[in-house]
Design a protein around this ligand. Structure first.
Ligand code: HPA
Ligand code: ZN
Length: 335
């Protein structure tokens, strides 16, 4: 039998929950800050890493937005994205659906085009170099107004063909999905698919709203759905994917320790969960490190690990043909 670490390394995987701004490693942050002549309040990489001690989502978001503030030019977004794609290559992540937060940048005077062009060019390069595929998902910051989200939606129009879906992120509690129903309706009319963070810190009611009002195709995190039996049944019946991020959940204190994480329970009840890294530069690891930490703490079997990888393709927005071929490649690891 293949050992767990080898299996995790060798399995092809898709990553469906990754904020590109959250893959900003301190080393690259310093380099870009220097070339852009932007001041950052940290004096060293060690000092930055020390600040990455979070007690909830908001304490993380404050630092995450601050870090993203050094990104100014297309090349900055290109370098950021290409660095993430190289990590994917290392981890055998063959497909990524990359989230970006336009408002974090346009509110600082960086154009929508600068952001998306840099990200897009890096994905094209990775495709040319090693055949990796990617989609982009544009996220609205939910602590801002629906009107602001409408402005961002409008800005996205010329780049519509490069964006597969819209989503909702940032501070969850107090900003329910219902706040964005109109703008999601409009986005769907424009042809975008929809996703949303829900049930990370927020209650199961927010997951209901994401399903019923925003018509999401996947729920980001969604781990608090387990508190509501009817909701759980619906997720199972509808084969609704949850893009779970284990290391993120521990770092942001959604669960006290990895042994308490509910991923295995969800998987065993047939909820379509998979493993993702969320904001790997801040939470201590990319895809494989998330798989390893989870598999060890919850004692996942090889069959369960393979199921997670299959779910990652199944829940992706790639073509059915590509999906089936990757699922088959995963199944080849079953003994
Ligand atoms: N939750 C909400 N918003 C975010 C996250 C997250 O985990 N990461 C980046 N923005
Ligand atoms: Zn997230």
């Amino acid at each position: 039998m293949m050992n767990r670490l080898e299996l995790i390394q060798k399995l092809p995987k898709a990553e469906l929950h990754l904020h590109i701004e959250g893959s900003f490693e301190p080393e690259l942050m310093f380099e870009i800050a220097k070339r852009n002549k932007v001041n950052i309040r940290f004096k060293s990489i060690d000092e930055i890493k020390e600040a990455y001690n979070f007690h909830n989502l908001q304490s993380f978001l404050d630092i995450y937005y601050e870090g993203a503030g050094v990104l100014l030019h297309e090349k900055d977004f290109y370098d950021l994205t290409y660095a993430y794609l190289l990590k994917c290559k290392e981890d055998n992540v063959v497909h990524a659906e990359i989230f970006f937060d336009p408002q974090t940048h346009t509110d600082r005077g960086v154009s929508f085009e600068t952001v998306i062009s840099g990200i897009k060019k890096a994905t094209i390069k990775a495709h040319e170099e090693w055949g990796m595929t990617a989609h982009l998902i544009m996220y609205f910051l939910r602590h801002l107004s629906e009107e602001e989200a409408f402005k961002t939606l409008k800005m996205s129009e010329p780049f519509k063909k490069d964006i597969i879906a819209v989503g909702l992120d940032s501070s969850e509690v107090g900003h329910p999905p219902s706040k964005f129903k109109k703008v999601f309706d409009e986005a769907m009319k424009m042809g975008y698919l929809t996703v949303a963070h829900a049930g990370e810190e927020g209650p199961p009611e927010y997951v209901w709203e994401a399903l019923d009002l925003l018509k999401v195709k996947r729920v980001d995190h969604g781990v608090r759905s387990i508190e509501d039996e009817k909701l759980l049944k619906r997720l199972i019946d509808e084969e609704m994917p949850l893009t779970v991020c284990p290391l993120s959940n521990i770092k942001l204190c959604v669960f006290e320790k990895m042994e308490d994480h509910n991923l295995k329970k969800l998987l065993q009840q047939n909820v379509k969960v998979m493993i993702n890294s969320d904001d790997p530069a801040y939470f201590g690891g990319y895809a494989n490190q998330n798989y390893i930490a989870t598999a060890e703490a919850l004692d996942l079997s090889n069959a369960e690990i393979i199921q997670l990888a299959k779910n990652s393709f199944d829940a992706s927005f790639m073509t059915d043909e590509l999906k089936q071929s990757w699922i088959k490649a995963c199944e080849a690891f079953n003994e």
